[in-house]
Write a protein of this length. Structure first.
Length: 254
């Protein structure tokens, strides 16, 4: 499994032309089920948003096996239209790009504004794998908790994805606000929006995120990866759906 540097030691910078002159070679991911390889450019010197995190690779591997897996049944469409997926905190974009290729889905990958040029670079570089399979990937700025940006991408999604998005505690609340925005729909909507999150536990303090999340969402572990490369824990996969009481409130306030 990939081992990026400790989060405390990494900071994000504004990208300059100089930074892009000699990036490391792209990382390749073989998607076994479609026999295709995705290439992802990382810029590790630029900080955490420009690196691939362990939960991203784990989520892609699970998606790649999803045809045999019932844990990701929320990622199958019940009608003829394409699945609409929103990814939060996409970083380099591996998860969203792979989901678009594997599921033939319409995916919007998002992150903080300064991360988008590298994200767009990776989306462009893999269009030849995604588009022939009926998928498409759009890039948009969604800074967690920024209502204007969230409204900018709209609420028309079936599934929200995230990998390794729970880390700094000051981001817990903005992330939960963002999830409430995208997951809460009226009672009359025929389909529930789900958040599928791949998460590698690092600190005890993360339990505060899950405690808060449980107030608004039904949170269920849908799959656990075994620890790899001598690690103490493996990646866990969670499914969040909005609690019924919240849905009712949103209907009553309309
Ligand atoms: C640990 S990285 C994980 C990146 C990617 N999902 C992966 O697994 O490789 C966390 C991501 O969340 C993004 N992020 C952090 N704070 C954010 C915020 N306030 N709004 C939107 N994205 C944010 C970062 O830019 C970064 O891309």
């Amino acid at each position: 499994m990939l081992a990026p540097p400790p989060l405390e030691e990494t900071i994000d910078h504004q990208l300059t032309d100089g930074d892009l002159q000699q990036p490391p070679p792209p990382q390749s991911y073989l998607l076994h089920s479609i026999n295709s390889t995705i290439a992802i450019r990382q810029l590790p010197s630029q900080g955490i948003s420009f690196q691939l995190w362990p939960a991203a690779a784990a989520l892609v591997a699970l998606l790649d096996r999803q045809t045999q897996s019932t844990s990701l049944s929320c990622l199958t469409t019940t009608n003829s239209r394409r699945l609409r997926i929103l990814e939060l905190g996409s970083g380099t974009g591996l998860v969203g790009i792979a989901a678009a290729a594997l599921l033939g889905a319409s995916v919007t990958v998002t992150d903080l504004p300064h991360v988008l040029p590298n994200l767009q670079f990776n989306v462009n570089g893999n269009a030849g794998i995604v588009e022939p399979r009926g998928g498409e990937v759009r890039v948009a700025a969604v800074s967690w908790g920024d209502v204007q940006q969230m409204e900018g991408v709209g609420r028309e999604f079936d599934v929200i994805l995230g990998s390794d998005v729970v880390y700094h505690d000051h981001l817990y609340e903005p992330l939960l606000q963002t999830l409430k925005f995208f997951l809460t729909r009226g009672e009359r909507e025929e389909r529930e929006v789900v958040f599928v999150m791949a998460h590698l536990k690092r600190w005890k303090k993360e339990s505060a995120f899950f405690k808060r999340a449980n107030k608004f969402f039904d949170v269920e572990i849908i799959h656990r990866d075994s620890p790899s490369n001598g690690a103490r824990v493996g990646v866990n996969f969670y499914k969040f759906v909005t609690r019924a009481a919240l849905k009712l409130n949103s209907v009553l306030s309309k």
